[in-house]
Design a protein. Structure first.
Lengths: 155, 155, 155
């Protein structure tokens, strides 16, 4: 199965890529690399699971938010590459987890993004990853994640 | 107008690139990508607007600091590329905003950097961006930003 | 002397690269760039110097942890490139320092990583660097660092 087929089989509907409200781009391609801007997870136009891990947000909800970031990134890289089937691999993801004092399980949260990418791309979905705990995220989001993909062929 | 002409028209004097006091480089070029080290904004040798957003520093001052980071990055990439006119585009910027509890307007702060880059490079200045809220920054700075540029031709 | 010889002369034994417990890769190569996942320093299977700078952990211990991150990264990039002698240069490092309120000396901590890379690779070890202070890190680590290397030739 191709990545596009896997996304369909998983029942995932990729969202529209919103035009950034500010002076940046949702993605930039340079050579075969596509850099995707930091994504936060939203639902019906609202931030999904606002708050901090270790306080308002538990690990399971944090994982859902991280998965939502990865789904948004799929929509962006599909726009960049024309199709998810033109993605050669996930290169890098950085997962910023809003963390209350003493919360140290950022990797479990980040897995929500990593596992989605593996489910879609197989071994090519296993990127180099960092997961860190930050103080605050835009709009009170509990997770923000950025991604680098390698794509094949022309845009 | 070229980027160098736009910088001049904006009345921006690019600072000297200080030699790093520690064991790192202000920039590294690999292929067509120039990775610029994290920049903080200074004025007369002192950190501009120290403190945290949502506490000592308001959004307007945070934007000024972010703009200062971008101006420092222009100085660095000019050194790397020989001229800003050899910059093909801004690829990526990551804006770390020192954030007090409850501050969620990192994107408005980061706009200080993004808008300067757009003013200098036009659409080629729109990079993929992440903006996150961190606990503390070097020397008490309120913003630190790092940049990836794509450049043309030989150094 | 080559990097492999310098590592030996420094008496550094590179650790085994653990298989990630989660759905990510310790490194990904794309073109000549090797992206290394975020590293934390461990000793005998336990996190080295857990806690935050400016509270439980002093700068000297933070430097040791940062050095440990760089040593882990050397093990990873050796696996990616076959030998440290195939590393063309350090391109980028990002050092996340768990920081208590008011701690602003992230660069001194990050030097533990930077100086090790310089000792091993000479001027080619001077990467573009960011050092930021984050709220929390996985497993209570005081430092996490990620790295981009440029390598030569085939894997």
């Amino acid at each position: 199965m191709t990545p596009e087929q896997r996304v369909a089989e998983l029942g995932i509907i990729l969202p529209d890529v919103p035009k950034p409200r500010w002076a940046y781009a949702p993605w930039v391609r340079s050579g075969d690399l596509v850099f995707v801007a930091g994504q936060i997870a939203t639902e019906d136009g609202r931030v999904l699971h606002p708050g901090k891990l270790g306080r308002e947000v538990d690990v399971e909800h944090g994982r859902e938010a991280a998965r939502g970031c990865a789904i948004s990134a799929l929509a962006v890289v599909r726009q960049a590459a024309g199709s998810l089937d033109h993605v050669a691999r996930v290169v890098k993801l950085t997962v910023f987890v809003a963390s209350a004092e003493g919360f140290g399980d950022q990797p479990a949260v980040a897995n929500g993004a990593s596992e989605l990418l593996r489910d879609v791309f197989g071994d090519a979905g296993l990127g180099a990853r960092s997961a860190v705990g930050v103080a605050e995220l835009p709009l009170g989001a509990c997770v923000e994640a950025e991604f680098v993909f390698e794509v094949r062929g022309r845009v």
